[in-house]
Design a protein around this ligand. Structure first.
Ligand SMILES: C[S@@+](CC[C@H](N)C(=O)[O-])C[C@H]1O[C@@H](n2cnc3c(N)ncnc32)[C@H](O)[C@@H]1O
Ligand code: SF4
Ligand code: SF4
Length: 294
């Protein structure tokens, strides 16, 4: 049984995304997690080689102990997943990069769209430069996360000249920007997402999904995904989380989807729930989405 230790190690950020999902980033919460917190988690839960460290923020590379935290986690498990906006990744030592299993970097569209969304004129260029550096080092380390702000914006990145470099990478995630917790335009965004997912699958890329209800994807895309789902994996259905108020919390994430009334009787309900909750368990085993059988 694989367990997930998910921590936001800082709430500082060098972007200012229009719809940042993190309440603590928007509030400017001044709290870093450090080596002592990680040592506490490791001892408390005896975390080891089979478990996953998921490290996010804020922008985690801005935590002054980032390199030390990665080294600490790597002593216990090689499954280290980092969410980063990519801007400062190129300054992280190669030794640290080598210890991370996967770095998930979001792109919101072409240069103009991305910079407008993250509200910084230099972000796109810095993020792309970092991505290219990481993928030149190892094509399986980076996960390029393409997000749709609206049905067209994610696709604009695929028409950019930078895409010609990025397509060499092996791992991609497809997601959507959730605006004020709203779930509108699912159909249009999922159709547009299908138009990105299908060509990536044709190229034998490894593709993961976040917050895309399976039934809203195009039928052909859905059947390809269902064929690739691995139902043999097994995760603990609780996430161990760092929190600002408590030393740790246990977060139950394996709940069912409740997006539409028909979810109640849907045969794909447990698969859909896990695909949409990939955020906490962004691990792929043997190129397929790894699903808990419950
Ligand atoms: C909160 S960020 C923290 C890590 C890092 N700063 C980054 O942006 O990658 C973690 C992930 O949440 C995603 N995210 C942030 N706001 C979101 C939203 N409104 N809807 C969907 N995903 C969102 C980002 O794309 C990113 O992959
Ligand atoms: S880069 Fe990440 S943490 Fe920073 S504002 Fe954007 S989504 Fe939030
Ligand atoms: S669980 Fe709900 S959202 Fe998912 S495929 Fe079934 S009906 Fe669609």
């Amino acid at each position: 049984m694989r367990r997930i230790c998910y921590c936001n190690i800082t709430y500082k950020c060098n972007n200012n995304c229009q719809c940042c999902i993190s309440h603590n980033v928007r509030k400017g919460t001044d709290k870093n997690l450090g080596l002592d917190d990680y040592s506490f988690f490791q001892k408390k839960f005896s975390l080891g080689a089979n478990d996953v460290w998921t490290i996010s923020g804020g922008e985690p590379t801005l935590n002054p102990e980032f390199n030390d935290i990665i080294s600490f986690c790597h002593n216990y498990s090689e499954h280290i997943v980092v969410y980063s906006n990519g801007r400062t990744l190129s300054k992280i030592p190669t030794e640290t990069i080598s210890k991370i299993e996967r770095i998930i970097v979001p792109i919101y569209g072409d240069e103009t769209t991305h910079n407008e969304y993250v509200r910084s004129g230099n972000a796109y260029r810095e993020t792309i430069d970092s991505m290219v550096k990481v993928l030149d080092y190892d094509k399986n380390k980076l996960d390029v996360k393409i997000l749709f702000i609206d049905p067209q914006k994610g696709i604009s990145f695929l028409k950019s000249s930078e895409w010609n470099d990025i397509i060499a990478n092996n791992h991609f995630s497809i997601s959507r920007v959730i605006k004020n917790g709203q779930h509108e335009h699912y159909q249009d965004i999922c159709s547009a997402a299908s138009d990105v997912i299908e060509p990536l699958l044709d190229l034998n890329k490894i593709v993961r999904f976040y917050d895309l209800p399976l039934c809203k994807l195009r039928l052909g895309t859905l059947s390809r995904i269902l064929k690739s789902v691995n139902l043999t994996g097994s995760f603990d259905s609780n996430v161990i989380c760092g929190s600002t108020e408590h030393r740790y919390t246990i977060f139950p994430f394996n709940k069912h989807t409740d997006y539409f009334p028909k979810c109640e009787g849907c045969p794909n309900r447990s698969i859909c729930a896990r695909v949409m909750q990939n955020y906490f368990v962004p691990v792929i085993v043997n190129g397929v989405v790894y699903i808990d059988t419950e």
